[in-house]
Write a protein of this length. Structure first.
Length: 276
């Protein structure tokens, strides 16, 4: 892990290269605008959708967010109310955030989410099986979920704050990718630590190794606790340094965040903005 820390330190030393206003605007277009609260209601989610629908009118110099990420029971609501064509409907499913349930229930929830309009499904790796070294069962669950959602994007959350060690994060990433993940994601945001630069670096290296072996690009999504422009810039810089420019698009890179968009707007506009 010390080698990784040194590489990240080199990036951090030059972080100002990724903090100009043009870059900060771009980061907004990479955000999965997230609302995952027990108190979320239809009216609250509709209010957020309205802001996404009007964002390019109110802020014409910025890209739209990449997606809205909500609980699966709101997928149908987003499908009927979200008017911005390039904004995807993402949901968390599969007994999020613990992944502690029957495989049949997790699979059914993911299938229902897609039937209700989800474009992307974020699930949590079955850590109860992975930590017990039941790796084939871990893989099988991801494959089964991918099978029921078809061509919709599957993001697999590793919960790196639980795994902690480099070899565990790397192997979890390998399992997720080999089992059908379209994206790998750091964290649920429900435990600490959430996203860390070290975990991001390890995951990006695994994505790179898979690309070099197969020619297939897997996406990366850091999530959990990413709220400031400087934090966003660091993760963007890690992806650029490890994976290259091809990954710097919403098709292959996302931020999972609820507060980041407002803080980016505030930094670029030079005044406090609480739009979302």
């Amino acid at each position: 892990m010390e080698n990784i820390k040194r590489e990240i330190s080199k990036i951090t030393d030059n972080i100002d290269n990724w903090l100009n206003k043009e870059a900060l605007r771009k980061y907004i277009g990479l955000i999965d605008l997230t609302s995952l609260n027990s108190a979320d209601t239809s009216s609250k989610i509709l209010g957020l959708v309205e802001k996404v629908n009007n964002f390019n009118i109110d802020f014409p110099k910025y890209p739209s967010v990449a997606a809205m990420c909500v609980y699966p029971n709101f997928a149908k609501l987003l499908k009927s109310s979200l008017k911005v064509k390039n904004v995807k409907i993402a949901v968390v499913a599969g007994a999020f955030p613990s992944s502690q349930s029957f495989k049949e229930i997790k699979t059914a929830e993911c299938r229902m989410a897609v039937e209700n309009g989800a474009d992307e499904v974020d699930i949590v790796l079955a850590l109860n099986k992975f930590l017990d070294k039941k790796y084939e069962e871990t893989k099988s669950e991801i494959r089964d979920i991918k099978a029921v959602i078809g061509d919709k994007h599957l993001k697999v959350i590793l919960e790196t704050g639980v795994l902690k060690e480099e070899h565990l994060i790397d192997y979890a990433a390998e399992i997720a990718i080999e089992s059908g993940a379209d994206f790998i994601k750091t964290s649920t945001g429900k435990i600490e630590p959430a996203a860390t630069p070290e975990a991001a670096y390890i995951m990006c290296k695994r994505i790179k190794a898979y690309y070099e072996k197969t020619g297939k690009r897997i996406g990366f999504k850091p999530a959990g606790g990413i709220s400031t422009p400087k934090e966003a810039a660091l993760y963007f810089a890690i992806v650029e340094n490890v994976l290259g420019d091809e990954w710097l698009t919403p098709q292959l890179f996302r931020f999972g965040a609820s507060r980041l968009a407002n803080n980016l707007l505030t930094e670029v506009e030079g005044k406090v903005i609480n739009y979302f």
